[in-house]
Design a protein around this ligand. Structure first.
Ligand SMILES: *Cc1c(COP(=O)(O)O)cnc(C)c1O
Length: 662
């Protein structure tokens, strides 16, 4: 191997995924003065999405104030370090139960305020939709924190009904029963009355009215019934399909009238006490909420005038979360506050009832996302990066070099402010030509490597110019994405943030330390799975979405931690075992006057557990390997030592976390 070839090999390796290459080349020296935490605050928009729970301290670490302005705070970076000392490896899902409590307090306070402000002669009795996060500790906490407000639960399936019936123990709180129902579901819900629950069975399908009538007769129980209306007002955004005439759930006006008729015949019209609607999740525009409310209020008063014993109006979910902190009606944001929302609900319902001289109903909302999102933070580490080659100086090619190398070098040399777009197009053309030449056998591998190196050098030079330009031509917009480094992260997108992949949901992601240092690199994130969808390349931005994010260059032998925030709703329970990466370690942190306390540790899946989900028995697998090594020993293909090492690794791995440990 000659020197050139050796260099070439080195280069090729460095271009590939070098998980061990810890040094990320930095961008050209920053022009501004010393980077401060205020710069980081602005860059990562932490106040927009994180207030009042997350901020940055003087050490450049993220701090968490789980009790918002009512209590102390803790340093997230130090917390992670101390969890690691307790032998909990990353990725770790950290839950702050105090945040959950604060969310419930806030929602109830907003409704109380609105009720006082509009002299509303009724109460608010919220319920938490269990589907939003079914983890036992969380649901139990929720019920406990919700006690002072008689906060209840909403079940959307038979399994969730089982959870709710056993967990809810607050006198006077409601248990709203939604979803597809069979006879057993309906009877179980009705029998809930006998053990002190207040179940409300919401009819969502035409057939369910017969089930309810029969079950009621059979059990001799008079249930509280509700109807879910299909409103013609559709929600917007990706969940818009939950409402409207063709929605999967709910009854049309015609069907509701049939239900009223049937209940009247069965002498059960007094059981019909609730109207429910749900126009979808993450409603970004308050106008959509208002339109739906107006329509639902009219249905409500009409039902009352038809003789139903109306007592409750359930406005469903939809209360949004401002993931990008922009306060806009962009899908990852919302243009209203929880107080605006509560005010609109209360005012609209009061108005409609007043016009018909009806008593106002008890108000119910099924806000899931708004309650559960903020309470958990997923912290994961970066294992390594890979970047395009970034030499700042390129040696001129010698006379004998291939003409195309000479030409591309000239292009590189000639890049300046007035011709960068032309130069960019030339560079692309030369690179493409070089590849054709190579494919036809006219270019040596070493020449092709030189072309690549020159091409990236051109791109970098152009990028430096473009960064300072106000206007960037369209064809150069991809440059940042093309030049971005890849940060390899120790987690599985499919397991921990499936929504980013399944529905392009945006979550705020940022480093949890080094925030007093300028992040000089631009990168996208790639996870441990070998699936090309296992990546994150959409990030929050004030306007629209960013495709690369600002990150720090890695320092040798120093960990680099990123946090993913606001992922506590839906995400956590939808994860799939992609490449058999299982559940992450989870800890529950509760603030105490002296600091914090770890309430629960839920260990993530081990290999053995994950394998058993797909019907492998770890003992069988180990036995299989043992037999094979035995055979190999006899055939002298393996030494005794090697065979023992293999078995040791194999057995040890079985009981280990599915993620990588350093
Ligand atoms: C999913 C769902 C909710 C929760 O919606 P959020 O937007 O998370 O508040 C409430 N009610 C029903 C019927 C749902 O299907």
């Amino acid at each position: 191997m000659d020197a050139t070839e050796q260099r070439l090999r080195r280069e090729q390796r460095s271009k590939k995924v070098a998980l061990d290459s810890l040094e990320t080349p930095a961008l050209p020296a920053p022009k501004q003065q010393k980077w401060t935490i205020e710069n980081s605050e602005e860059l990562y928009r932490i106040q927009g999405w994180g207030d009042p729970y997350f901020s940055i301290n003087a050490a450049g670490h993220i701090t968490v104030s789980p009790q918002a302005d009512r209590g102390g705070s803790l340093d997230l970076f130090e917390l992670v370090e101390s969890l690691k000392q307790r032998n909990l490896s990353l990725p770790i899902l950290i839950r702050f139960s105090d945040i959950l409590e604060d969310r419930i307090e806030r929602l109830n306070a907003c409704f109380s305020k609105a009720i006082a402000r509009y002299n509303y002669d009724g109460v608010y009795r919220g319920v938490f939709p269990v589907k939003c996060n079914q983890q036992r500790h969380l649901v139990e906490d929720l019920v406990r924190f919700g006690k002072p407000h008689q906060f209840g639960l909403e079940a959307g399936s038979k399994a969730e009904l089982l959870i709710a019936l056993a967990t809810l123990n607050t006198p006077g709180s409601l248990l709203v029963c939604n979803g597809y129902k069979d006879r057993e579901y309906v009877e179980t819900a009705m029998l809930g009355q006998r053990i002190g629950q207040l179940p409300i069975i919401v009819l969502e399908q035409v057939e369910e009215v017969e089930l309810a009538i029969e079950a009621s007769r059979h059990l001799g129980i008079r249930p509280i019934l509700g109807v879910r209306a299909k409103l013609s007002n559709k929600g917007v955004g990706r969940w818009g399909g939950s409402a409207g005439d063709r929605a999967k759930f709910g009854l049309t006006i015609l069907e509701i009238l049939n239900v009223v008729e049937r209940l009247k015949q069965a002498d059960m019209l007094d059981c019909l006490q609730l109207l429910h609607f749900h126009i979808g999740s993450q409603i970004s525009a308050i106008s959509v909420v208002k339109d739906a409310l107006r329509e639902a209020c009219q249905v409500y008063v009409e039902l009352a005038s038809l003789g139903a014993n109306m007592q409750y109006l359930d406005v469903g979910g939809g209360l949004g979360v401002d993931y990008d902190g922009s306060k806009t009606n962009f899908y990852a944001s919302k243009n209203y506050s929880t107080q605006n929302y509560a005010n609109d609900v209360v005012a609209e319902v009061k108005e409609a009832c007043k016009a018909r001289e009806l008593p106002v109903p008890t108000l119910i909302s099924e806000s899931g996302r708004a309650i559960a999102s903020h309470q958990s933070v997923l912290v994961f580490d970066v294992l390594g990066t890979s970047s395009v080659p970034t030499e700042n100086t390129i040696e001129p090619p010698s006379e004998e070099e291939h003409a195309i190398v000479q030409e591309l070098y000239e292009t590189y040399q000639g890049i300046h402010l007035n011709n960068y777009q032309e130069a960019y197009n030339d560079a692309i053309q030369f690179k493409d030509e070089a590849i054709s030449l190579f494919n036809f056998g006219y270019l040596r591998l070493t020449d092709r490597a030189k072309i690549e190196r020159l091409f990236w050098a051109c791109c970098r030079k152009i990028q430096d110019i473009v960064r300072n330009e106000e206007y960037v031509p369209d064809d150069l917009e991809d440059l940042d994405r093309m030049m971005a480094s890849i940060y390899y992260i120790n987690m599985s997108v499919f397991q921990s943030v499936p929504d980013t992949w399944a529905i392009d949901q945006l979550f705020p992601i940022m480093p949890i330390h080094r925030l007093n240092e300028e992040p000089t690199c631009r990168g996208t994130l790639a996870d441990l799975t070998c699936d090309s969808d296992g990546k994150i390349d959409q990030f929050i931005d004030l306007r629209d979405v960013k495709h690369v994010m600002e990150l720090h260059s890695l320092k040798p032998a120093e960990p680099y931690y990123l946090g993913l925030f606001l992922g506590g709703a839906y995400q956590e329970i939808m994860g799939s075992l992609h490449n058999l990466f299982g559940d992450t370690n989870t800890v529950h942190i509760h603030l105490t006057p002296k600091g914090y306390q770890i309430e629960h540790v839920v260990k993530g899946d081990t290999m053995k557990e994950v394998l058993s989900y797909v019907q492998y028995d770890s003992e069988d697998l180990i036995e299989n390997i043992r037999r094979r090594t035995e055979q190999a020993l006899q055939d002298r293909r393996i030494t005794l030592q090697e065979s023992q090492l293999l078995l040791q690794h194999y057995e040890h791995s079985m009981s280990r976390y599915t993620y990588l440990s350093p």
